[in-house]
Design a protein around this ligand. Structure first.
Ligand code: ANZ
Ligand code: ZN
Length: 833
């Protein structure tokens, strides 16, 4: 199947005209704004259909919103820093900047050739100093507020990428980058963090406002933030000043504690193991555990290893002596990094106790049942009645929970506490291709921020070797690293790390509002005008990364008085993936349908329609050749119907003067406009296209091609189709004699009084005798009426076994079915019987 018109010529012609007349460029403060944002990509060169689905959806949103009367901001940019560029550059021996620029050029060309209606004047490339200087600016602002800080901690080290990763970038213990996927290790390093934890509660509360986000994404964020309400309890250590603080959500189980467990990498662990007889053994145990991936340490059903450190605690309620262990399943980064072990009522504690031969003590009894520790094969984690719990025995556990918490607070041995699973955001990276951290290390002054007026700290271009060495690449660039201290003017060294690229994506959408501003990252006025983003379109894989970071950033910028809103976006759309042969398209695996060659062979309108028609946008789409064939047939037919009718269209019609025989098409037109409007509003683009295909059939079948209604229908059909296949529609539009762009045409109104067919009842005679009646919409074609008559149940009964000789239809009045003579007798019989 081929397109029987010069699609390449036509598409290019209109792309050039759009660019020349800047019709998609957006003024700074228009009334009736609509901010349509798609997640910006890594510049990866030739894009595949999976990449561009996102942008095609975004484009149809932008175009249909323009039709609806909005001034749409539809910007684009490139997440240009980061490892893909650097790794590719290392492999191909070219500078990451060159590689990045070349890829941007190719991808940008793809998108222009697809006819995506971006405001290219607002394009952002994050590796340009004009952009990344503001990362540095924000870093300094965060630092002043105590929101950027440096600490030495066990962090996630990816040996594949030779850099640390944020918690959000570790997926089931592995590097999140699909090309790497290495098992992540723990390393103790001094790193820069953003204090996202101090926004945990606001990030959680804010989810309530995200009225048009998928529930699934909101749930993932709630779980990621992971709020727990509980109590922090202090356990004295025998013979030590130091107390072990534990976080528990179940103070009702304090009497059931049979051990205390510390995380191997918790700070207190280091202090408590000093000088114990087993110190050497304990240290080698810790080292071994730290090599295990965290997710494995925590997994239920896995052997829980531990080692007794030779010290004991006192249970503050029962006064009992309990041993202190280091246990692999305790996380240094949650609660206090220590827990009280209650094997009878916590499954992990239960597994640990069984493996290490520790006692199990039941303190919550299921109603009407007596639990015996030696008969239990798992922990009892439900509510029940308290037993073996001193003065609190016989209380329902939920009440005991409250009373013990009160008691602990009264006695000053602990306090109520809220814990979050969310960890601070580790933002320093040991790689080259990123934003330099604007800090200086001075022997005398310590860590000194680079003064604002010295920004940007430029990333050096000349690097002898940007291969990762297990330490920061920039540390090896003498001209960069050696500087003077801004405070004492003596020799000092720059911070050798660069920032996580998720910093760039946390605020790029704000820079689009004011991309040329050299005095500030963006104007406050612009944020007040444009935010929140009206529709954000992207992948669900960002649910617990980017989509949390950009909310965090927006809240901080709001608190800094730089941004007018606290939530960046209240309406999020997550699109489905594109599969090829059942597998997700992927550039790193070279598995995909590539946009460049596709456009040359089939054209942009075909690509757009195929992507949109094949599946609802939120669903996964399995790419098939047949989709393209169907799409091309449709495009050819669109062109043909206008051509056959000499591009004669009518822009207006007198609603009161629709002839009776034109009512059918007129009603179909109104129905189609209404349906497409609703489909567009609900992201049902596949259905909208299906409606247009049906309507095109009606147009072809229509007999009176010289009627005003027909021409008026052609005109409206073209406008409805234009967001999906903008190039062909522009071309036809011009051939119809219009001067402007169809892309700027408003969506048509429909006549709400003419949406339904009136019906007529038609009596059916068989051999001259009235046998049945059918109702059909007025204006139904003769063939259709006859077909319906023959399908009528009663009629079928009467003519069963007979041959129909002739059917006479007197329009809207009567159908007469004449049967062959020799069979009439049987009819008479049946009729009688
Ligand atoms: C005793 C206890 C008894 C607990 C019981 C639970 C049930 P959520 O609810 O997910 O917030 N915990 C505390 N700190 C920990 C750490 N650093 N690493 C691993 N686990 C830790 O989990 C809170 C519970 O997780 C706490 O309540 C504690 O076990 C454990 F019948 O304390 B619980
Ligand atoms: Zn990695």
């Amino acid at each position: 199947m081929k397109l029987d018109y010069d699609f390449l010529g036509i598409e290019r012609k209109w792309q050039e005209r759009w660019a020349e007349k800047k019709i998609f460029f957006t003024p700074d403060f228009p009334p009736n704004k609509y901010y349509c944002l798609v997640m910006f990509p890594y510049p990866s060169g030739d894009l595949h259909i999976g990449h561009v689905k996102n942008y095609v959806i975004g484009d149809v949103v932008a175009r249909t919103k323009r039709q609806a009367g909005y001034t749409v901001l539809h910007p684009f940019g490139w997440d240009a820093f980061g490892l893909p560029a650097e790794n590719a550059a290392i492999t191909h021996q070219i500078h990451p900047e060159k590689w990045t620029k070349e890829n941007i050029a190719i991808s940008r060309e793809n998108l222009i050739r697809l006819g995506i209606s971006y405001d290219w004047e607002r394009e952002i490339i994050t590796c340009q100093p004009g952009f990344y200087r503001w990362n540095q600016f924000f870093f300094l602002k965060f630092y002043e507020r105590g929101l950027a800080y440096r600490k030495s901690a066990y962090v996630n080290w990816c040996p594949g990428c030779s850099t640390v990763l944020a918690n959000e970038q570790v997926v089931d213990g592995h590097c999140y980058r699909s090309t790497c996927n290495a098992l992540v290790e723990k390393r103790k390093l001094e790193q820069w963090f953003f204090k996202i934890t101090s926004y945990a509660e606001r990030l959680l509360q804010g989810i309530e406002q995200l009225r048009d986000w998928p529930e699934s994404v909101k749930t993932m964020q709630r779980n990621w933030i992971g709020k727990s309400v509980g109590v922090e309890v202090e356990f004295e250590v025998i013979g030590q000043e130091e107390k072990v603080r534990v976080f528990t959500t179940r103070p009702d189980t304090v009497y059931g504690v049979t051990f205390i467990a510390l995380a191997p990498e918790a700070e207190i662990t280091e202090r408590l193991i000093q000088g114990v007889p087993e110190e050497v053994k304990v240290r080698s145990f810790i080292e071994r555990i730290l090599k295990k991936p965290e997710f494995e340490r925590q997994a239920l059903g896995k052997t829980k290893e531990g080692i007794f450190i030779g010290r004991w605690c006192i249970n503050p309620l029962s006064g009992e002596k309990v041993p202190i262990f280091i246990a692999d399943y305790v996380l240094a980064t949650y609660g206090t990094g220590c827990l009280m072990g209650v094997p009878a009522h916590d499954q992990r504690d239960f597994e640990f106790a069984r493996h290490n031969g520790l006692p199990i003590r039941v303190v919550i009894s299921p109603p009407g049942l007596k639990l015996r520790p030696d008969e239990m094969d798992s922990a009892y984690t439900e509510e029940g009645v308290m037993v073996n719990s001193g003065q609190f025995s016989n209380l329902p556990s939920s009440e005991g929970r409250r009373l013990i918490a009160d008691y602990i607070e009264e006695k000053g041995i602990g306090r109520r506490k809220v814990s979050y699973r969310l960890r601070d955001w580790l933002i320093s990276r040991q790689r080259y291709w990123g934003t330099p951290i604007p800090m200086v290390h001075c022997e005398d002054c310590g860590i000194v921020p680079v003064p604002y007026e010295h920004l940007p700290v430029l990333l050096p271009k000349e690097v002898k070797d940007w291969r990762p060495l297990g330490k920061s690449v920039l540390a090896g660039v003498e001209e960069f690293i050696n500087t003077t201290c801004p405070r004492c003017q003596r020799k000092a060294r720059r911070d050798p790390d660069t920032m996580d690229t998720f910093v760039d994506s946390s605020w790029y959408f704000l820079r689009y509002l004011d991309p040329k501003n050299e005095k500030s990252p963006f104007s406050f006025e612009a944020t007040r005008h444009w935010l929140p983003i009206d529709k954000y379109i992207g992948g669900i894989e960002h649910a617990c990364g980017h989509l949390i970071f950009f909310r965090f950033f927006t809240k901080v910028l709001y608190d800094l008085g730089l941004c007018a809103v606290e939530e960046p976006c209240l309406s999020l759309f997550t699109q489905g993936m594109v599969l090829l042969g059942g597998k997700v398209m992927s550039s790193s695996r070279g598995h995909g349908v590539w946009v460049g060659p596709f456009l040359k062979e089939h054209g942009a309108d075909c690509a757009r329609l195929s992507i949109l028609f094949a599946a609802p946008p939120e669903k996964d789409l399995d790419w098939q050749e047949e989709i393209i064939t169907g799409t091309k047939r449709f495009l050819n037919r669109v062109k043909r119907i206008f051509e056959e009718n000499n591009y004669q269209i009518a822009t207006e019609i007198d609603k009161k003067k629709i002839a009776e025989e034109d009512q059918f098409l007129y009603i179909r037109l109104n129905q189609t406009i209404k349906q497409v409007k609703e489909n567009n509003e609900n992201f049902q683009f596949n259905t909208a296209i299906a409606r247009l295909m049906e309507f095109l059939n009606d147009l072809f079948n229509y007999k009176k091609k010289d009627s005003l209604v027909f021409r008026y229908s052609l005109y409206n059909f073209l406008i409805l189709l234009s967001p999906f296949a903008p190039h062909l529609c522009e071309e036809i539009w011009e051939r119809c004699g219009f001067k402007g762009f169809i892309s700027q045409k408003k969506f048509p109104d429909y006549d709400p009084t003419r949406l339904f067919f009136s019906e007529v009842e038609i009596p059916i005679q068989i051999q001259g005798k009235l046998r049945s009646r059918i109702t059909v919409p007025r204006g139904t074609s003769e063939e259709e009426v006859k077909a319906r008559a023959l399908a009528d149940e009663k009629v079928k009964k009467y003519i069963k076994g007979c041959e129909v000789k002739r059917i006479v239809y007197i329009k809207d009045k009567l159908i007469n079915i004449v049967l062959n003579f020799r069979t009439t007798q049987s009819v008479e019989k049946k009729g009688a019987g």
